[in-house]
Design a protein around this ligand. Structure first.
Ligand code: PLP
Length: 404
């Protein structure tokens, strides 16, 4: 009799967003006249920028002619895109990253989830608490953790690093030394950022302890303040201890188009073994490349016109963030994030739990957000709202919340 991968059985049954969907569906079935506004899931709502649509259409036309047709893409991605990424996202910022250290993919979720495959199952994993669940769940699937432990509301064997208002949502170094450290800034779900000096401390810590930082920069485009690093490679020594993930989902609205990239510097070595080579091997074996059409649209993001149009879109969402932040502050809520990130992290009133606040918000204001406890035990007592709605819906939701 065949056996399943029993690690999958350790994963907590109810995934956060399916529980939310179930509650919202039940509410809507019972209250068909009520208009529910969703500020829960971090999906964009604005259409693709015109320059990106043009690039997609041009590429589609190319695919229709024998002379310009494209089949399988190169393993690491097309050079035209990797060059544009290296120049614009790194070299223009003074970071030493070359095009051949960039691996183009169909998004950051896959890369964040798959990267653990190139590491031994013995490695100790450290994550922030609260956390984007993909980092933890993929390590559970790989057998890098023990069982789910109700007492700690987490998995045995994982090092959880609390991120709370008290430490500005940036973790302290853990007591136990990890091998793999997941960091995400600007952060989902807290909307917090890390300063360059703080990130430098983490880079120094990783280099000193022989650890790797898996740095998720999916929300980098939302940074508006100086002294907030756009890339971990702005820190000295990061080339020998950090892998970085990027997404085109939130900066260019590619959640349904799918494109991302991962940087694995050639200096990253474990006992002389190059992580770049291992990831190249993994990428080439299990992945056949993001579509040509999509990579052309990705390259259009880096044209002057593309940059102007996506900046406008980011500004649109950040206007929502400002509206939520200021409105909630005025209504007496304690709020965080929303300045360099499209997420607002609010403290639930009084002793209300995250799920109690979710229910109250749904029933009274007909607004959907995400309970902080769904991201980890230190998310309890917090709640996430996203700035990805339309202006109209965001304004309406805010009016309803402040009336509560
Ligand atoms: N990383 C973080 C922190 C995210 O919040 C998300 C999506 O919400 C992703 C990665 C996934 O990005 P992509 O759409 O490129 O897979």
């Amino acid at each position: 009799m065949y056996k399943v991968n029993e690690n999958y059985l350790k994963i907590q049954g109810n995934y956060l967003f399916s529980t939310i969907a179930k509650k919202v569906n039940e509410f809507s079935a019972q209250n068909p006249d009520k208009e529910v506004i969703r500020l829960g899931i971090g999906d964009v709502t604005q259409p693709l920028a015109p320059v990106l649509i043009q690039a997609l259409q041009d590429a589609v036309t190319e695919m229709g002619a024998a002379e310009t047709f494209h089949g399988y893409a190169p393993d690491l991605g097309y050079e035209f895109l990797r060059d544009a990424i290296a120049k614009n996202d790194y070299q223009a910022r003074g970071c030493q990253i070359d095009a051949d250290e960039i691996f183009v993919s169909d998004g950051a979720k896959c890369d964040c989830g798959n990267i653990q495959e190139i590491f031994s199952t013995d490695n100790k994993v450290a994550v922030c608490d609260p956390v984007y669940p993909v980092y933890v769940d993929t390590n559970v699937m790989a057998g890098r953790t023990g069982k789910y432990n109700e007492a700690i509301q987490g998995y045995d064997g994982v090092i959880y690093m609390p991120c709370m208002a008290e430490n500005d949502f940036v973790p302290e170094f853990p007591k136990e030394t990890p091998d793999l450290i997941y960091l995400c800034y600007p952060n989902n779900p807290t909307g917090a950022v890390i300063t360059k000096a703080q990130l430098q401390e983490w880079v120094d810590y990783a280099n000193k302890n022989g650890a790797v930082i898996l740095y998720d920069a999916a929300y980098e485009a939302y940074i508006s303040e100086p002294d907030v690093p756009h890339s971990i490679y702005e820190c000295e020594g990061a080339r020998s201890c950090a892998i970085e993930f990027h997404s085109f989902s939130k900066n260019a609205g590619f959640t349904g188009v799918r494109l991302g990239y991962t940087v694995v510097p050639k200096d990253l070595k474990s006992n002389g073994v190059s992580l770049h080579d291992l990831w190249a091997r993994r990428h080439g074996t299990k992945y056949n490349g993001a579509p040509y059409i999509v990579q052309k649209a990705g390259a259009a993001v880096y044209t002057p016109q593309g940059q102007a149009q996506i900046k406008e879109q980011i500004a649109y969402y950040m206007e929502n963030a400002k509206m939520i932040l200021e409105g909630l502050k005025k209504a007496g809520y304690q709020v965080y994030g929303g300045v360099n990130a499209p997420y607002i992290w609010l403290k639930t009133p009084g002793t209300m739990t995250s799920w109690e606040f979710f229910d109250e918000l749904l029933q009274t204001a007909n607004v959907v957000g995400t309970p902080g406890s769904g991201f980890g035990p230190h998310g309890e007592g917090y709640f996430r709202l996203t700035a990805f709605g339309t202006h109209e819906n965001t304004k309406k939701a805010l009016e309803r919340i402040t009336k509560m």
